[in-house]
Design a binder for this molecule. Sequence first.
Ligand SMILES: N[C@@H](CCC(=O)N[C@@H](CS)C(=O)NCC(=O)O)C(=O)O
Ligand SMILES: *[C@@H]1O[C@H](CO)[C@@H](O)[C@H](O)[C@H]1NC(C)=O
Ligand SMILES: *[C@@H]1O[C@H](CO)[C@@H](O)[C@H](O)[C@H]1NC(C)=O
Length: 219
Amino acid sequence: MANEVILLDFWLSMFGMRVRVALAEKGIKYEYKEENLSNKSPLLLQMNPIHKKIPVLIHNGKPISESLTIVQYIDEVWNDKAPLLPSDPYQRAQARFWADFIDKKVYDAWRKVWTTKGEEKEAGKKEFLDALKLLETELGDKPYFGGDSLGFLDIALVGFYPWFYALETFGNFSVEAECPKLIEWAKSCKEKESVSKSLADEKKVYEFATERRKKIGIE
Ligand SMILES: N[C@@H](CCC(=O)N[C@@H](CS)C(=O)NCC(=O)O)C(=O)O
Ligand SMILES: *[C@@H]1O[C@H](CO)[C@@H](O)[C@H](O)[C@H]1NC(C)=O
Ligand SMILES: *[C@@H]1O[C@H](CO)[C@@H](O)[C@H](O)[C@H]1NC(C)=O
């Protein structure tokens, strides 16, 4: 069966970056379609009518939405390549638990740090660093969350890394000062081509976020 794979995405999305890394890790060829989130394409509205959000993977005409669901789908369909999720059920559950933690805690704090000010932003900073510290403890002394190779949880988190520079600048803090091992982890992820070619440029993310902050009256 021919595999037609299309990704509806937006360059700075940490959720989109997850899918890009997973596709690259599996060596899957695909067509990348950039969306304008202020003017969504009919294809996006048709393929994700429920949330109308990117990323959406369209595999042989069939859409899959929600980044973590997409990464798991990719892992199951392209199972001839090294698996992204651990094979042990308990380890799989743990990886999913922490990915869910990222979507809830890290994402929520991420949003607060760059889209609010005053006390709310300060609270966001603390929540962001506290969440990263918990993840750093989970990483322990392993090179990757997945052990010796990049896996599901690495993919779930790595999309936030290109945002660190913007958050640190807006929030006046240093992730490296608080979580040095996590930065070491991020750097070793970035040494992999599957990651480096999939991540947005941190300076461009910063510029985009600065513009958005002006629009919403934060700057
Ligand atoms: N939980 C979703 C989140 C996706 C999401 O928030 N996408 C944003 C871009 S980062 C989006 O498409 N926003 C457009 C909108 O909300 O109108 C996932 O993991 O895929
Ligand atoms: C996205 O769509 C908006 C609204 O139609 C438009 O003003 C903007 O220029 C578009 N952005 C890009 C990058 O095309
Ligand atoms: C930024 O943080 C540093 C070190 O924590 C502090 O000395 C400095 O005053 C802070 N700057 C602003 C603008 O808050």
